[in-house]
Design a binder for this molecule. Structure first.
Ligand SMILES: [Zn+2]
Length: 77
C-alpha cells in the first residue's frame, strides 16, 4: 500500500476542476479572458443581455498567485 505524504487532491470541482498553475501549483483563482455578449449603444455599453461567459482552452489566463500567463488549457494537472 502506497501512502502519500501530502494531499494531492485538487479541491476544484466546478469550472476549475482539474486546473492548477503549472508554475506555482496554485488551484486558483485565475484571471481568464472571456467572451461576453452585451448590448452596445452609440452612447454607451449597456448591460449584459446574457450573463453567460464563453472561454476555451485557448483563453488567455493569468495566475493570481505567481503571475504566470498562458493558455487556459496549460493550467492543468
Ligand atoms: Zn501560479
Amino acid at each position: 500500500m502506497i501512502v502519500e505524504s501530502e494531499s494531492r487532491v485538487n479541491p476544484n470541482s466546478n469550472c476549475l476542476e482539474g486546473k492548477r498553475c503549472p508554475t506555482c501549483g496554485s488551484y486558483g483563482p485565475f484571471e481568464v479572458v472571456v467572451r461576453m455578449r452585451v448590448l452596445l449603444c452609440d452612447s454607451r455599453i449597456g448591460s449584459a443581455q446574457d450573463p453567460a461567459t464563453e472561454y476555451d482552452d485557448n483563453a488567455y489566463t493569468t495566475c493570481r498567485s505567481c503571475g504566470r500567463q498562458g493558455r487556459f488549457g496549460d493550467f492543468a494537472e
